[in-house]
Design a protein around this ligand. Structure first.
Ligand code: SF4
Length: 64
């Protein structure tokens, strides 16, 4: 498993820093980066659902 430092992509003024844990090429978890001055290690509920959403079989990935 490796950790990737990233940021939240939502249009939100907090611009939280995140740590993505990646295993076998897939993100397995997202957590707030404790070094980020706003989130201080917390990941909000919207962000916590990113992993579930991105791999959902119901996600629209091509134009309909
Ligand atoms: S993690 Fe939540 S609070 Fe932070 S920037 Fe994203 S949406 Fe906003």
């Amino acid at each position: 498993m490796r950790e990737v430092i990233t940021t939240c992509t939502r249009d939100c003024p907090n611009a939280c820093g995140l740590i993505a844990r990646v295993e076998g090429g897939k993100v397995v978890s997202l957590a707030g980066d404790p070094r980020h001055p706003v989130c201080r290690g917390m990941a909000c509920r919207k962000c916590a659902a990113f992993v579930q959403r991105v791999y959902s079989p119901e996600r629209v990935v091509t134009p309909l």
